[in-house]
Design a protein around this ligand. Sequence first.
Ligand code: ATP
Ligand code: MG
Length: 473
Amino acid sequence: MVESASNGIPPRHIALAAVKTDSRMLNSLISTIKRWRKPSEPSGPRIVPRGDHNISRKEISRAALTVMKRLQDAGFEAYIVGGGVRDLMLGGHPKDFDVATDATPEQAKELFRGARIVGRRFRILHARIGREIIEVTTFRGHHSEGEEHEAQQSEHGMLLRDNVYGDLASDAARRDFTVNALYYTTKGFEVHDYTGGVHDIRERLIRMIGDPATRYKEDPVRMLRAVRFAAKLDFEIEEHTATPLKELAPLLRNIAPARLFDEVLKLLMAGHGERTFELLRQYRLWEHLFPGNAAALKDPAALELTRLALRNTDQRIREDRRVTPAFLYGALLWPAVRNEQQHLQDHGTPPVPALAQAAQKVVSAQLTHTAIPKRFSIPMREIWDLQLRLPQRNGNRAQRLSEHPRFRAAYDFLLLREQCGEIEPGLGQWWTDFQEADEEGRAQLVSKVQRSGGGRRRGRGSRGGRRRRPKAE
Ligand code: ATP
Ligand code: MG
């Protein structure tokens, strides 16, 4: 370049021009890299026409179709997106449908009587059609650097608010996994795929959109969602999506316990709890959800109890039977409670207060990770307390116990404890017989207990005077 000085241009200017050219090249290189690193900046959607996908309008709820039509009639775009489309493409029957639109929540609210705008992190419209509520979300935009926008981040890179609006392409890029970013429109009955979701559904892969580590840092709950969908759909977590999980798992500490409680229910009480548990352990996420349980799993009986409780829950869900977090949480926290109770007893505390103190300690520690609403923690502790009372069957105690509102759960829990080898089998069978017996049979069972000398509370400190039985709740 210096040779061109002979053209009569002063060398200083040539040098400046060279710097300018270089900085232009550098800028263009930087923006190329930025574009390359941005969460899947898709060039355009792959459109899957009506004949090439298996989504049938009949499987979509009338409410969702009504919401889409009303938005479209008002001149807005409207698509079904998320789990609804994903599950339809997998041949399932989605339980709910979410609609994405270019109408702002306020504009959409005008169209639906009684609709409400909810949420802080994401403002969403709840449109009520008959008895169904359809979630209507406005297309999200990118938060490009230095731009004026409403998104706020914490020091850990976590998104606190995300109400920047955009178009369909940016909305797709803001979603979590490719299989959750498919858009179905009743205009032409097409599926719009910006991120390769159709391919990943076919390959049965959970793949994060964009750079996985960045997206997990923005919202660590996405780590749990990756595992949840893998377990629920029986998909693999794609390699790059799986790689950062172990290292970033501690970020779950930054999530509010109330949100984690909701996530735990979706993880463990949706019919795939046992598989989800194994995956959560594999990716070291479990220890940040249930540290007390994780620490106790070295004991094979504790591991077996956890697995059995989850298997039991999965089975009940398959059979459409009632499940309660009180029972499941009771089982998950029990090994730690038992250890602590034992420790206190070894130091001279009698069994009943030892259990109460142990329960208090383990529950308080758990609450700093996941919330447990009182309506679940109270019955959970009753189930635990009853474990000490179930061996006492003298006189009319057995009859009274069997009428306790938490008896059935406590009995099921006792069976689990026997099954996992924590206690000798026998008592469970006695209670099974008792429940099946008539009045005379029950009397015989009780007298057998009395003859064998069983049924009285055993253990140190158990003779501390008669206690008044707590009033039945
Ligand atoms: P499910 O069948 O469990 O309801 P879903 O995919 O519908 O699964 P939702 O929690 O209902 O999950 O969320 C709806 C959609 O919103 C998701 O499919 C995804 O596109 C998007 N989404 C939800 N949570 C997040 C998140 N934390 N980060 C990014 N996108 C999310
Ligand atoms: Mg959903």
